[in-house]
Design a protein around this ligand. Structure first.
Ligand SMILES: C[S@@+](CC[C@H](N)C(=O)[O-])C[C@H]1O[C@@H](n2cnc3c(N)ncnc32)[C@H](O)[C@@H]1O
Length: 251
């Protein structure tokens, strides 16, 4: 995995990431969230989740948690790849997103629960892997989110974050910035019939969120070891992973 140093985020103004604002925004876009994801990313989002699942080190017997699970795509992909006797729990604080997740699968080894990622309703050391895809950026307190993921992960277990990042390549970075800031919010508004803020929120939240080594450092600060990251699709998305120190290592 790469360890390249990344430039700081470009947008200094503070975004409203209060629970009520973020929950309401996802409630509004929930019915068209999946369609929008696939259209705006030309289905590359599925590939990113597939790459993330492939990196998970899962053993039989212990459950896996997907936080900010939304409409459940990562949780469902994890369940499809997991060995026998691995239950998958997906949590999110937006009921409307979970409703869609629940309709997608009848599998009895997946359960979707309403929960705030900053206050997970699980005992310490409960899960062998804890994941989040495109969710951590939306959590009001990033460090609290990572700390909670780490707390509920068992010693030796894996914590994984899949998140948007900013391309490094000059030229591509500018094209991506233009698409994200000017094109994507308009298409988003058109399809999702949401007020424009949901899709202007996306580039703003990505612009302000730490990526590369900066996010890896936050994971290290939360107590994870062997933290690394792998950028995908010219740096548009990045998989981060770290392992909770302890005996029963699956690192
Ligand atoms: C962009 S969606 C990602 C959904 C899904 N993981 C995916 O890969 O498509 C972000 C999700 O994070 C959820 N979320 C944001 N902040 C949260 C929090 N503090 N606790 C629980 N869920 C949260 C939102 O409700 C939303 O469903």
């Amino acid at each position: 995995m790469a360890t390249a140093q990344l430039p700081p985020s470009e947008n200094a103004s503070q975004l409203d990431k209060s629970n009520s604002r973020v929950r309401e925004m996802f409630r509004q876009i929930a019915p068209r969230y999946d369609l929008m994801n696939h259209v705006l990313s030309a289905n590359v989002d599925k590939y990113w989740r597939w790459r993330a699942v492939r990196r998970l080190k899962m053993n039989s017997g212990s459950p896996v948690l997907d936080t900010c699970t939304g409409t459940g795509d990562l949780a469902i992909a994890i369940a499809g790849k997991a060995p026998e006797n691995v239950d998958v729990v997906g949590t999110d604080f937006c009921f409307a997103m979970l409703e869609i997740a629940r309709k997608k699968t009848a599998a009895d080894d997946i359960v979707f629960l309403e929960a705030d990622s900053q206050q997970l309703p699980f005992d310490d050391n409960s899960f062998q892997c804890v994941t989040v895809a495109f969710g951590l950026r939306n959590v009001a307190d990033t460090d609290r989110g990572i700390t909670e993921m780490t707390r509920v992960c068992r010693p030796g277990g894996q914590v994984m974050v899949l998140e948007f990042s900013r391309p490094r390549l000059i030229g591509l970075r500018q094209i991506y910035g233009f698409y994200f800031t000017h094109v994507l919010p308009r298409i988003g508004q058109l399809f999702a019939r949401n007020d424009k803020s949901a899709y202007s929120y996306l580039p703003e939240s990505v612009g302000q969120f730490p990526d590369g080594q900066a996010l890896a450092d936050r994971m290290i600060a939360a107590g994870l070891k062997n933290v690394g990251f792998k950028s995908m699709t010219f740096g548009v998305a990045t998989i981060y992973e770290g392992f909770k120190p302890g005996e029963s290592s699956n690192a």
